[in-house]
Design a protein around this ligand. Structure first.
Ligand code: G3P
Ligand code: CA
Length: 289
């Protein structure tokens, strides 16, 4: 009876196979295009939380994207918006503190906030993670990190501080730098600072610079990461034809693709990565012949 219970049937094996990722299944193995869970698996769990990291891991997704900002007392935390309002209960906990900006709250105050109940009752009590907590969870899950420095103009020196945290957590050793870490930003200045501080780190410039500007970007950026909206096969080719700071062709991760037709379209252009809130949808779309 017991033995029978643990021997999978053919049907069960088939079901398991369907659940297994068809892309990016194993950390350290690059399959094209890579699948990146945007703010974690943010359709499954509250964005930019450890629950979203775990949800991505549960779906077999290696890469997670996040957004890093800084508190009033200098702690790096993971949150997308400049304000805490949309994704936490800050307005209830601190009603007098409008406009509730991350930079105006201490780490201890932010640690009191509920960053999960807005998403659903299953996530009540979920917290805003510090970058250190976040990186440890990504490490524990054997995942890879696409780290976005968000609003760097608000946080002078955030590049050095981010690298310090990554270094303290062992994420700047060869094993992580070669394939498990990309630092990205919409700010070319911020990305240039990251590259100058540690030229070994792989960097991604968010946005869609003109083709004529790609050689300049390639001095400090290994990837160009545009929105899918205005992407074309020609642009992807132009990116790939440009040599990056590490002597290899620039790569391109496109965002934020949650639709199967768009996923197939950008994959057809030859993008190297698809950043998505819905890894399940994109995976299914790309698995189809
Ligand atoms: O990774 C790309 C994407 O995260 C950029 O947009 O606003 O979601 O941070 P946003
Ligand atoms: Ca982001």
């Amino acid at each position: 009876m017991h033995a029978r219970a643990v021997v999978p049937t053919t049907a069960l094996l088939g079901a398991v196979a369907l659940l297994l990722p068809v892309v990016d299944a194993r950390a350290g193995v690059d399959v094209r295009p890579s699948l990146i869970a945007h703010r974690g698996a943010s359709a499954q769990a509250p964005e930019n939380t450890l629950a979203a990291v775990d949800a991505a891991a549960g779906m077999g997704v290696s890469w997670v994207e996040n957004d890093v900002q800084r508190t009033l007392d200098g702690e790096l935390v993971v949150l997308h918006d400049e304000s805490l309002s949309r994704t936490t209960d800050v307005e209830e906990v601190f009603p007098e503190r409008a406009p509730w900006k991350v930079k105006d709250f201490t780490a201890a105050e932010i640690a009191r906030l509920d960053a999960g109940s807005w998403f659903g009752p299953a996530y009540v009590g979920t917290r805003v993670p510090t970058l250190t907590e976040y990186v440890r969870r990504v490490e524990g899950n054997h995942q890879k990190l696409l780290l976005e420095i968000k609003n760097p103009g608000l946080y002078p020196g955030i590049e050095r501080q981010t690298l310090k945290v990554l270094g303290n957590e062992g994420w700047l050793d060869r094993r992580h730098i070669q394939g498990r870490l990309i630092v990205q930003s919409f700010s070319a200045d911020s990305l240039r600072a990251v590259h100058d501080l540690d030229p070994a780190v792989t960097t991604g410039l968010l946005g869609k610079p003109a083709v004529a500007d790609l050689p300049d970007c390639a001095r400090f950026a290994d990837l160009i990461n545009p929105s899918y909206a205005s992407l074309s096969a020609g642009y992807v080719s132009a990116v790939h034809e440009t040599t990056g700071p590490h002597g290899r062709p620039l790569r391109i991760f496109v965002w934020t693709v949650d639709d199967d037709a768009v996923a197939r379209s950008v994959a057809g252009y030859g993008v190297d990565g698809v950043i998505t809130n819905r890894p399940d949808v994109v995976r299914r779309a790309l698995a189809r012949p």
